[in-house]
Ligand binder design. Structure first.
Ligand code: AGP
Length: 579
């Protein structure tokens, strides 16, 4: 939540920052701002509520000259969405500016004590307090010490980039705790940002900061300090992602591109290294899986597959894990997180102290990788749309790889490709349901996590209320909501779940529901108002991969028809770094 970026180099800072903000916008998009130290050593701050494209061109961000600066795109936590609450925030003199991602938990106390010393605040945010605190500390010590002292006084989560007009050395002061921040080490230019794609135009060499780290960035290099102030070495990583992967590539939305990319990335995911994870699984007793949102649905699939081999396994919503579970030293904890930065997941992992841990993630250098004994990467390339699509199928792919041999999974790319061919049909279905207020997704067995995921995707970007159930549950309450015309989306492949699911479809149909089925069964087709065909002869274990694609397309087209931007649904952000 919130994207931050800093640049110190010989190029035009405002350009690098604006480029980066466009890539970071998926993290939060209610307001945006930039601060650049102009050639006259004056801090130029421009910010407003609105999307990056409109605000940056209205306020002419890139017209600001200067070689050092910072920027921020906001997802509001404290204070309404307005210009005053947009970042960057400044101290009383306007000489120190900063951008912050996270939540400063002790901000009220700090604010009161600073106000008592005469500080005047221009916003309602917790973040502004940090600028004033640094101003106060800088009255008695050099900037670098003042910054470190400031960081030491903060409670909560933060990724911070700060700078001062009074700093003759033109440096960025940065720090992180429980919010991501990565240094991008270019030639003659240093950057930092909440994620890697924001810096790809400038470098492919990155240094992820560790929890509690602080760093100083200047044009020719960086110095990292651990939380106790001692200089620290951190590993550099090189990524092979390129700018094209983080662009729309001719598609109107990232989501559509990412859905379509699945047929390629599935093979990358299937080639990821799962050998060490397998060893840990084989050596473990009980297995707890922790994740949120879409990743939780992949986690349910993992738990079903583990249970089918006789293992004791359970998927937990990460934010609830600490209240429910009692892991012991023999428990293996598997965290699934696309971003590797989801606060709920990181917190649950910390709660499971002493357990062996596996992380399944898409992001090299993300926080979850530092907390796990073993990491399985999705290799799905950057995912920009807020709705997770290709990373879900990638999660399923690496999970399946733990249970099935290569040959059996080989048809996956072709299967996904075949389902993508239904795009026009699904667009036509979207027209029929775009005006509805409710939708229900039903399935049984291993197809249930796909129904959950289809429903989440649908509500997330269409704003139509939707729910998903194992078909057997309908008659235990939900059937009272099935009235004439209500869409019921049935995942009905010809597997062992079909006979009973067919019964559930008939129950819904008898109450006038509009039945959309995804099926390869003639009987189901007869009962349906519309059917999307599954390829004949599909290996039953692969059905979940075939079922998810039309559900993603349905959500996408319905969203577009309703005038929603599917890449940036209201109130949401791609990476949820607050609990
Ligand atoms: C999916 O479409 C959502 N945007 C969301 O549920 C997401 O999956 C969740 O926030 C978890 O994210 P993670 O995989 O990065 O941990």
């Amino acid at each position: 939540m919130c994207g931050i970026i800093g640049y110190a180099g010989s190029g035009r800072a405002s350009q690098a920052i604006t480029d980066g903000l466009k890539r970071l916008e998926y993290r939060g998009y209610d307001s945006v701002g930039i601060a650049v130290l102009s050639p006259k050593s004056k801090l130029e701050v421009r910010k407003d509520k609105g999307m990056v494209e409109e605000v940056s061109s209205a306020l002419r961000f890139t017209s600001i000259g200067g070689n050092i600066g910072l920027g921020h795109t906001r997802w509001a936590t404290h204070g309404t969405v307005c210009r005053a609450n947009a970042h960057p925030h400044a101290d009383c003199t306007g000489s120190i500016v900063l951008a912050h991602n996270g939540v400063i938990e002790n901000y009220a106390k700090l604010r009161d004590s600073l106000a008592a010393k005469g500080h005047k605040f221009a916003s309602d945010t917790d973040s502004e307090v940090v600028a004033h605190l640094m101003e106060e500390n800088a009255k008695t010590q050099p900037l670098i010490r003042a910054f470190m002292r400031t960081i030491g006084q903060l409670e909560g989560s933060y990724a911070i980039v700060a700078m001062s007009a009074a700093d003759k050395e033109e440096r960025l002061f940065i720090a992180r705790r429980n919010s991501p921040l990565i240094i991008g080490a270019g030639k003659g230019e240093m950057l930092c940002a909440s994620d890697i794609p924001a810096m790809l135009k400038y470098t492919r060499t990155f240094v992820p900061l560790q929890e509690g780290d602080m760093a100083i960035l200047a044009r020719n290099g960086y110095k990292i300090y651990s939380a106790d102030g001692a200089e620290a070495e951190r590993k550099q990583i090189t990524v092979d992602w390129d700018m094209e992967m983080a662009k729309k590539g001719g598609y109107p939305h990232f989501m559509q591109k990412e859905i379509s990319d699945q047929k390629h990335f599935i093979n990358e995911s299937l080639s990821s290294d799962t050998a060490d994870a397998m060893k840990l699984i084989c050596a473990s007793g009980r297995i707890d899986i922790i994740a949120a949102g879409t990743s939780y649905h992949a986690g349910i699939m993992l738990s079903y597959l583990l249970q089918s081999t006789g293992r004791v396994a359970q998927a937990y919503i990460a934010s609830d894990y600490p209240y429910i579970a009692k892991p012991d030293k023999k428990t293996l904890v598997i965290a699934i997180s696309q971003s590797g930065e989801t606060a709920d997941v990181l917190q649950a992992l910390r709660f499971a102290e002493g357990c062996r841990k596996i992380a399944i993630t898409n992001v090299v250098g993300s926080t979850v990788t530092a907390l796990a004994d073993c990491v399985v990467f999705l290799n799905a390339g950057p995912e920009v749309g807020v709705a997770a699509t290709k990373t879900f199928t990638s999660q399923l792919a690496v999970i399946y790889k733990l249970f099935y041999d290569k040959e059996r999974l080989k048809p996956l790319s072709g299967l996904i490709g075949a389902m993508l061919e239904h795009d026009n049909e699904i667009k036509a279905v979207a027209q029929k349901i775009a005006g509805k207020e409710n939708a229900f997704f039903i399935a049984r067995g291993r197809n249930v996590p796909i129904a959950y995921e289809g429903s989440l995707k649908f509500k997330e970007i269409t704003y139509i209320h939707s729910e998903a159930y194992p078909g057997g549950e309908l008659k235990h309450g939900t059937l009272s909501l099935i009235t004439p015309g209500v869409p019921v989306i049935a995942l009905a492949p010809k597997d062992e779940t079909l006979p009973k699911l067919l019964g559930n479809i008939r129950e819904a149909k008898a109450r006038g529901a509009f039945i959309l089925s995804i099926t390869d069964d003639d009987e189901v087709k007869k009962e349906s108002d519309i059917s999307i065909a599954l390829p004949p002869g599909t290996d039953p274990i692969l059905y979940p991969f075939a079922l998810i694609v039309p559900l993603q397309l349905l959500a996408y087209h319905t969203s577009v028809l309703r005038g929603v931007n599917p890449d940036r649904p209201r109130n949401l952000a791609k990476s949820v770094t607050v609990e």
